[in-house]
Ligand binder design. Structure first.
Ligand SMILES: Cc1ncc(C[n+]2csc(CCO)c2C)c(N)n1
Length: 233
């Protein structure tokens, strides 16, 4: 299932089409497979929650970088609303996973990013020192992949209330997530239309790299990645 409708045009529609294979790899990753069939292990769930909590903190900081790059109040409103949503609502998704694991949310939080999460955060932060277009291109795969995957799973399987990860899936399938992506995409399409070829290329690259990081974030939690040197140190 493509992340874009057949008749959609514009910068982000082209990106979604070009990287449909990465969206598919995201969806097919065994971590998300385990979230679909309910077989994911408690340890992997908790690794994800700890890392994702720290990731979201960094993501909010990137919205702050976006505020400083905002050319007008429409952009400021977008970042303001996005910060409020991420700080106010997104914890619900983590709460649902902690309930599954039988762990208090506070106990799942960690103060050290694993290598793959650190790499993703560094990539987004660096984009925030480039232009607004490059920053938003780096931020877009995050809500786009999650919303797309959750709506796809809802359409394919409609997980019931008894599904162990029902709360997580239903949070990301909410229409408000799709609306936020539509707003972000149309703002980014506008920036791309006014960007020169060199900046547009950096935007495309930032988007593609974030798609890869999204897949690697699953792999990180799936493999319980930490900083232990290979070969046992
Ligand atoms: C690694 C990772 N990628 C994406 C999301 C989902 N997400 C994070 S911020 C945001 C936008 C709204 O604030 C969305 C949808 C996540 N939780 N963790």
């Amino acid at each position: 299932m493509l992340p874009v409708a057949i008749d959609e045009t514009g910068f982000t529609a082209d990106l979604g089409r070009r990287h449909a294979d990465l969206f598919e790899a995201f969806y097919r990753h065994p971590f998300l497979g385990g979230m679909r069939d309910g077989t994911l292990g408690r340890e992997q769930v908790l690794h994800y929650v700890g890392q994702d909590h720290a990731y979201l903190t960094a993501y909010v900081r990137c919205y702050g970088l976006g505020l400083t790059l905002s050319p007008d109040r429409e952009w400021m409103r977008f970042f303001h609303d996005s910060v409020a949503y991420t700080l106010g609502e997104e914890g619900q998704a983590h709460e649902a996973l902690c309930a599954f694991a039988g762990t208090a949310y506070e106990d799942a939080q960690v103060d050290r990013l694993a290598p793959s999460a650190q790499a993703y955060v560094d990539h987004m932060s660096a984009a925030g020192r480039d232009t607004l277009g490059v920053l938003v291109a780096a931020l877009l795969p995050c809500p786009w992949t999650y919303g797309w995957a959750a709506r796809r799973f809802a359409a394919e399987a409609a997980p019931g209330e008894d599904h162990p990860f029902h709360g997580w899936w239903s949070f990301y399938a909410e229409p408000s997530g799709g609306e936020a992506v539509a707003t972000m995409r149309s703002l980014l399409d506008g920036l791309a239309a006014g960007a020169g070829p060199a900046e547009r290329e950096r935007m495309e690259r930032a988007f593609e790299v974030s798609c890869h990081h999204e897949i690697r974030f699953w792999e990180m939690a799936w493999s319980l990645e930490d900083w232990t040197p290979p070969n046992g140190g």
